[in-house]
Design a protein. Sequence first.
Lengths: 291, 272
Amino acid sequence: MTGFGSWRRWLLIGPPFLWLVVFFLLPLGIVAVISLAQSADTIPPYTPLFVHGPHGFESQASLANYRLIAQGDLRAYVNSLGFAALATVLCLLVGYPIAFAIARAPKAWRNPLLFFVILPFWTSLLIRVYAWIAILQPTGLFNRALRALGLIDAPILLIYNDFSVVLGLVYAYLPFMILPLYGSLSQLDENLVEAAADLGARPARAFLEIVLPLSLPGVAAGALLVFIPAIGEFVIPDLLGGPGTLMVGKVLWQEFFDNVDWPAAAAVAMVLVALLTAPLLLAQRLVERET
Amino acid sequence: MSKRLTAFRAAALALGFGFLYLPIALLVAYSFNASRLVAVWGGWSLHWYGALLDDDKFRDAARNSLEIGIMAASLALVLGTCAGFAIARFIRFRGRFLFSFMVMAPLVVPEVILGLSLLLLFVASQAWLGWPASRGILTVTIAHATFGSCFVAVLVRAQLAGFDRTLEEAALDLGARPFGVLWRVTLPGISPALVSGWLLAFTLSLDDLVVASFVSGPSATTLPMAVYSSVRIGVTPEINALATVFLGVVILLVALAFSLIARQERRRLAAG
């Protein structure tokens, strides 16, 4: 019972609903429409979809942009999916022990530890990614440390390649993996693990058969929170990637800003949306199940 | 619990936090570096902070970013609180699936899509309705308020899920009107979510490069846009100084908010 009658409810639902329809849903529809146009030297830089011809209004819509994507270099799309998947797995491998350790830490420590996991997320991604340049570049910290230790003679290439992009993705999205994992692991009943130990299960077996299955909702949520935004990431491949590191987000950016081909950028965006639809609906189902 | 396991957990925490904070620590350290070379230590100096203060480009951009951030966060707080409350409390209404999808999706949809789609909306609406007349502070504010409100909604909804409803029900039983209860009982009760929601929307707005690059016009360069254009040219110690100031402000604000929230929680627990 909330005491809210029908019209009172809509006073609350209405404003955000309308706002999101106008500024989230409608724009996606416009992207779909513009993706059927062609670029032109006009303001705005695309051809109208309908022109007035001798036989009334004629449609100029075409799938040319999509044809170009299909015939062209699909590496960016494959790369994006691959990098995002790899970053998700690595985030899981790195994040799980951290989330586990926080969930098992003394109660008074848990909130401060969580705070320090979230804190980097509150600070600028651009600045944090930029900080890695100073570490990874040939004259940077890693190379100098390796040389001082006598492990290498000449600087090794750590930046402007696929390695640095995946490292950047893992670094940027790790908190998104740790938080939902912690959520699942902190609700786990410790008695179950102890009971397993009492019954003779080794720690590894207790982990595999009890802790891991019970934390799967957190794994799923964390994986989606990393995977979905990582596919379309722009800042990380742009600053840490090399000329050969193509990702969809960067392709879209270049079509729009460097080539000023808005319809082509719109078509890339639609392909990206299509790639994301399934994981997005999955995420939605996970969220809905919580209520 | 065995000793080996405890050591493993301590190592996981140390390595994990080392990974998260190493770049930030280096950045701060090198902002005090006298040398122009980024990787060579030339002694302590505040030189780059002075250079930063004299740089009009960054000062103007910072002013734009602050203005946008405050307006966008405030708008996001209002919209997001309504949305979070609706999703948490109104179990069934027409369009609920669409609504909660629209609230969730902007959290994860890549920024390039949000940016491009909003730009195309503003261009189309300028052609048909004559609004917005130009792109700049207003359009960036609208864009930031849009994804900011979704983050606020998530926080509000999470806090409402753990909120004791007996007080609200008592107030209703005593004849208070629903909006009165919302204003005097529910909102004060979820104030930690409101504070952290506003702050999150504010810092997200302050951080955003991608969406702002799409929807802003030539007159309104935001701080991340100014940083990005200078980072593309090369790594400069001035950016380290700027980043340190930025980090300092954000960490101070967040720590302040969290300690306020913690104090309020303690008081509530003591009173209850």
